[in-house]
Design a protein around this ligand. Sequence first.
Ligand code: XIL
Length: 299
Amino acid sequence: ATTLGASAAERGRFFGTAVAAGRLSDSAYTTILNREFNQVTPENEMKIDATEPQQGQFSYGNADRIVSHARSRGMQVRGHTLAWHSQQPGWMQSMSGSALRQAMLNHITQVATHFRGQIAWWDVVNEAYADGSSGARRDSNLQRTGNDWIEAAFRAADAADPNAQLCYNDYNTDNWNDAKTQAVYRMVQDFKQRGVPIDCVGLQSHFTGGSNYPSNYRTTLSSFAALGVDVHITELDIRNAPADAYRNVTNDCLAVARCKGITVWGIRDSDSWRSGESPLLFNGSGGKKAAYDAVLTAL
Ligand code: XIL
């Protein structure tokens, strides 16, 4: 096939991108989006500060616009994200204890119910583990509500949208030897053993080039998959977009049956949160970069 999405579909995968609602009026942007991708993740529009800006007052306009654009064109939607320490609205940042736990659970219930049946996968919890060698949870107001906050979040999401696939998503979980990767692995193993509803693990994969795209990435993908969860590459971007690194990531995913798809974190370099690093597959003019050709050829 001649596009990323169609080629991935032939391999039983999706190929997606982060989408910003504010760019849907840019026809150069939507031309590429509609041509190349069969999956979208709202870049910011489903985060807690966007969907519940005041406690108990929900705001879905921008997220609904993305979902509608995607689903009317047959693209699957990843919901991102129901529980996270970052991009919390002010009211939530200042909460703690059982009131915060209840607010988190209500947020998950309300948002997952609003989108019920429209979301293929939810990033239920994002970035809950600390960087470095500790293998510990990240300190956050949510973590301080009790170590069971992650499983409570998954159970609430499952109750609200039982047909969605429920994912844990994180970064720096790419190198199989890293303590953070091992800690997430043990959490998923524990959830599967105890029947906590988890279906998938997302590896964000914000790479800085050769230095942190590890040679054992494929081992990480296959090790998570062996726990009985699907694996997704959820936010791929690579500093300077080396064609060989993009090719290797694509081949690593294709080598693992349960690696079900790749999402790049934006369309053109000018759309990227790391725009200074030109980390994506299309240049600012919408032209295909060498990394694009490498991915399409690998798919
Ligand atoms: C980023 C967005 O791309 C930016 O527009 C925003 O200002 C900050 O968040 N990990 C995640 C994503 O899970 O939600 C982040 O997205 C990038 C890092």
